[in-house]
Every structure is written in structure tokens, then in C-alpha cells.
Design a binder for this molecule. Structure first.
Ligand code: NAD
Length: 256
């Protein structure tokens, strides 16, 4: 089967038909495919097999084929996927054909690191504004951008067509900042503060929490240690849980 354009690609008149409703897990893997494809393109690859792309992206090849088939991309038997075309298709689906302007609110330790990171531009994002409530930070220049006071958000949002707001304030201020972003029309928020935000329907919030990732790894470390610490005699080892519970090795300690 040959590769063809995504069914949701713009028609000749420029109208944008509805995109397919992709599973969240597929959407989460598309940026991994895109990163791998850009690396392949940079190293001179024009085509790539599904196995090759799956390896480069660190996913299972059957899953990759299923994900890409949902974009209308099947590759060509014996040849694989056209790297350039697939980049175009994924960038189209992810809405990366236009550079989206990002406002970063909270320019402390984390905000400084994010504002100074050059990698966003190559992935389709432009940090357009840095905002903070601390007058001591206002006026500071980072990576060519001057930190402005959060009170200027309405003007900044109008001038720079802010599409995405990034919150890097303490958790105590995050809800207020989210409300301010929503009030100026921002409908996508990336929240680094360790708290749950309440937003109206139609506003998408993604949360990044490295501590949660570490806790998940801690669980796996704990689980591996429990498996080696209690060798099985006759098939199933007993692991003590707080509260006098016990589970066999074959059960999950969390989520059963
Ligand atoms: N997600 C992660 O993995 C991760 C990692 C590190 C830190 N964090 C979180 O990121 C946030 C920032 O951490 P940090 O170490 O940079 O803190 P920080 O105290 O150095 O910086 C916070 C900044 O937010 C500003 N601020 C406070 N209230 C504000 C408001 N209402 N409007 C605009 N700006 C406001 C402060 O003036 C300050 O400059 C915290 O919530 C922290 O828990 C998350």
C-alpha cells in the first residue's frame, strides 16, 4: 500500500477539514516519531521501515504502524515510509505548521531554565513573553526577551497572539495565574506547579511533574527489590504491605 496524504490535510481552497479524534496515547507518541524522523532526515535518510522508525522512537513497531495508519499513513511495502512526507503529516496533525506563541508566567529558577532553553524554537514554539509578579524580576532580559509584569498579560496576549500559557509559579499562585490566562483567551496551559488547576471546558491543561515521574520509578525500584529480596519457594513469594496486607508476587502492590 502506498503512503498518502492525511485525510485532514488542507484542501486546495485552504479550508481545514476536521482532524480525526486520535487516542491520547497516540497523540503522545507522535512527537516521539517526529523527533526520530527529524534525526533520520538530518542523517540523510529519505525512507525508513516501520521497524527502523519504531527503534529510533523507542516504541513497538506494531503500535507505530497502528498509530500511523490512523493518520492515513501506511508506508510502501518493501520501501517503508517517506521520511519527508511523514514529517509533514505529523506536523500537520500536531498543528505545528504554524509557530505557536508561548507566554511563560513565573520567571524564577525553573522559569529561567525554560526561558533560556533554545530547543523550543526547533520544535515549533516561540517563547513570546516572560511575565512575573515580582517587580525585582521585571525588566530582566533572558535570551533576548525582557520580563514584564503579570499585569501586562492582557496587552501581551493581544499583541503576541499567545496560544499557550506555561505556569512556573509556586502552587499557591498557579490557580490565579491560570484564571488570568483563561481571561485573556488562552485555551492551552502547561502547568509545572504541583497542583490541580480548575479551568472551564474547552481549556486544555497538561501537567509536568518530575517528582511524580521519580515516584513511579521508585515504585519500580521497590518492586524489583521486593522480587529479589524474597526468593520464591514453590512459586509465589509473599510481600508484606503496610496495614498487615500481603500480596503474592504476581499481583501488583498498587492498583489491584
Ligand atoms: N514540574 C516539575 O517537574 C517541577 C520542577 C521544579 C519546580 N517545579 C515547580 O515550578 C514552580 C516554580 O519553581 P521555582 O523553583 O522556579 O520557584 P521560584 O520561587 O524560583 O519562582 C517562582 C516565580 O513565580 C513568580 N510568581 C509568584 N506568584 C506569581 C504570580 N501570581 N504571577 C506571576 N508570577 C508569580 C515569583 O515572583 C517567582 O519569580 C513551583 O511550583 C515548583 O514546585 C516543578
Amino acid at each position: 500500500m502506498s503512503q498518502h496524504r492525511h485525510p485532514g490535510a488542507p484542501d486546495r481552497a485552504g479550508a481545514v477539514p476536521a482532524l480525526p479524534d486520535l487516542p491520547e496515547a497516540t497523540v503522545a507518541r507522535l512527537p516521539e516519531y517526529l523527533r526520530a524522523l527529524h534525526n533520520l532526515a538530518e542523517t540523510g535518510h529519505e525512507t525508513i521501515s516501520s521497524e527502523g522508525l519504531a527503534n529510533a522512537a523507542g516504541v513497538n513497531s506494531a503500535k507505530l504502524r497502528k498509530d500511523l495508519s490512523q493518520l492515513g499513513s501506511y508506508g510502501t511495502r518493501g520501501v517503508g515510509y517517506d521520511v519527508g512526507l511523514l514529517i509533514e503529516q505529523i506536523e500537520y496533525v500536531l498543528g505545528l505548521t504554524q509557530r505557536r506563541a508561548v507566554a511563560l508566567v513565573g520567571v524564577g529558577n525553573l522559569g529561567h531554565a525554560l526561558a533560556g532553553y533554545d530547543g523550543f524554537a526547533s520544535r515549533g514554539f516561540r517563547i513570546a513573553a516572560l511575565l512575573d509578579a515580582d517587580p525585582g524580576r521585571v525588566g530582566e532580559e533572558i535570551n533576548g526577551l525582557v520580563v514584564r509584569h503579570i499585569d501586562e498579560l492582557p496587552r501581551v496576549a493581544a499583541e503576541d497572539s499567545i496560544a499557550i500559557g506555561v505556569i512556573a509559579t509556586p502552587a499557591t499562585a498557579a490557580q490565579q495565574v491560570a484564571d488570568q490566562l483563561v481571561a485573556v483567551g488562552v485555551t492551552s496551559i502547561l502547568n509545572f506547579a504541583p497542583c490541580v488547576l480548575s479551568v472551564p471546558s474547552g481549556v486544555d491543561v497538561r501537567k509536568v511533574d518530575l517528582a511524580v515521574e521519580l515516584q513511579i520509578l521508585s515504585f519500580h525500584e521497590h518492586r524489583k527489590a521486593s522480587q529479589t529480596a524474597f526468593p520464591t519457594a514453590g512459586g509465589s513469594a509473599l510481600t508484606a504491605l503496610p496495614g498487615g496486607l500481603a500480596v503474592t508476587e504476581s499481583q501488583e502492590a498498587i492498583g489491584t
